[in-house]
Design a protein around this ligand. Structure first.
Ligand code: ZN
Length: 466
């Protein structure tokens, strides 16, 4: 058994060989805590949670670091707009993010370092880069320090680009830069920025650039060389290219494998705040259970682009309920043996679509066995199903779901109300067909009195709580 992973640096599926036998160092770029998490934000966390579960299942001891970026331009701009301290916004959004992760059964990483807690490590790293001739303080007195991309011949190797083809780095005023592509390691404090958002440094008060945060934190917790670096595909350039350039220019080997999950988009666009709140995790969890949403995310291959739709989420939720119903009927959720075909699919670059197909096949076979009265064989199938669900982090009996009771309860309540309203609407449809208008109106009034607004659509009536 060998795990094979697609390495985005070499652009090929490679056998996974860890630096130290039996151990894996995994670093995943976490989120910038600046707004309520939406479904596009949490895909990376779910995908890499599946990866660490699979590595552990295969017997590796995993040190998993997922950072949070709690200071950056966006946090400063948003907190100023909202008239609150930047650290207040960052902390509030961190709490929201933790809730979303818990609701989706994303296990906490081994450590979750915050950027603001690692400024001294970043300063040491920047000093080393200056000493080695790969970084320089801006000559304009701004207090900025830049990475000198021309000094590092391998710059662009991660994303297979030549320096001359790259866009200028838009992270700081370009006046003090030797090359417009040089990126900020340290940003001197601007008059307009709050004093609390700056830290003392050899170059004057300021704050770190985004990329140096991850290089410093990965180095601190995983060492100069580690196994896997992950994140969303949108982070490949400039963020990951710059992380790798900094860390290697400072003398480390950095990551052996790079893994990038694709986006969840809607209407062909990268999901953004402009879509409003309907896709925020709390909003989705009013309609679906965390396990259903996670199952939807997990069923797609992590490198496949997902076009989000509530229809597709419905379909995944229905599929998941069928699996739960089978476990109920078979009378066991005990964890048994993992089918070989499932393991083979997971070893092949986390092939979750093929793994989920094995899951569905096993449920189908189990239902057939139940129908045939072979309860013992059906129970064995159920134990296999439970093992697969457990590895994917969606076992219905996982105690993790207990902590998310309110959303679970809300989704069940919605389903119950839906069934009751549907029954009443059927009666109203029948009354209308019978031209019993008084009765049809009475039913409508009764629904309305319960605070439910019914809208007739070509596909039949729908309802909302008014
Ligand atoms: Zn990062």
């Amino acid at each position: 058994m060998t795990i094979r992973l697609y390495d985005t640096a070499t652009r090929e599926v490679r056998d996974f060989v860890p630096l130290q036998e039996g151990k894996v160092g995994l670093y995943v770029c976490g989120l910038t805590v600046q707004s309520e998490p939406h479904v596009g934000h949490v895909r990376s966390a779910v995908n890499f949670d599946v990866l660490q579960r699979w590595l552990r299942h295969r017997g590796f001891e995993v040190t998993f670091i997922r950072n949070i970026t709690d200071i950056d331009d966006k946090i400063l701009v948003k907190s100023a707009e909202q008239g609150r301290p930047w650290y207040n916004l960052a902390y509030a959004m961190k709490i929201e993010l933790d809730k979303a992760y818990a609701a989706l059964n994303v296990a906490p990483p081994t450590y979750e370092p915050a950027a603001t807690g690692h400024i001294p490590e970043m300063i040491v790293l920047i000093e080393r880069l200056i000493e080695r001739g790969h970084a320089y303080p801006a000559a304009d007195g701004s207090g900025d320090v830049y990475f000198d991309v021309r000094s590092w011949a391998s710059y662009g190797e991660l994303t297979h680009q030549g320096v001359d083809d790259m866009e200028p780095a838009a992270d700081a005023d370009p006046r003090g830069k030797r090359d417009p592509r040089d990126f900020a390691l340290w940003k001197g404090r601007k008059e307009s920025e709050p004093a609390t958002a700056s830290w003392p440094s050899p170059w004057g008060p300021g704050r770190p650039g985004w990329h140096i945060e991850c290089s410093a934190m990965a180095g601190k917790y995983l060492g100069d060389a580690f196994d896997i670096h992950g994140g969303g595909v949108d982070l490949r350039f400039p963020h990951h290219e710059n992380e790798q350039a900094q860390s290697r220019a400072a003398g480390g080997a950095f990551a052996s494998y790079w893994m990038h999950n694709a986006w969840i988009t809607t209407a062909g666009e990268k999901m953004s705040k402009s879509l409003g709140n309907t896709l925020s995790i709390p909003a989705i969890l009013e309609r679906y259970r965390g396990a259903e949403l996670r199952f939807y995310v997990v069923a797609a291959h992590y490198r496949s682009h997902v076009e989000f739709s509530f229809d597709a989420l419905d379909e995944a939720a229905v599929g998941y309920r069928r699996i739960e119903a089978f476990l109920d009927r078979a009378g066991t959720g005990e964890i048994g043996a993992l089918p070989e075909a499932f393991a083979t699919a997971m070893d092949d670059d986390l092939g979750t679509p093929a793994a989920v197909a094995v899951l569905y096949d096993t449920v189908r076979e189990g239902n057939r066995l139940l129908a045939a009265g072979d309860d013992e064989a059906a129970a064995e199938a159920a134990r296999s199903v439970a093992a697969m669900l457990d590895v994917l982090g969606v076992h219905p009996a996982d105690p993790a779901w207990a902590g998310t009771g309110s959303s679970d309860g809300e989704a069940r309540l919605t389903a119950a109300v839906d069934a009751l309203v549907a029954g009443l609407l059927d009666e109203r449809t029948q009354a209308r067909a019978d031209k019993d208008w008084a009765r049809a109106d009475a039913i409508r009034d009764r629904i309305k009195a319960a605070g439910i607004e019914v809208t007739d659509t070509p596909d039949g009536p729908t309802w909302t709580v008014s």
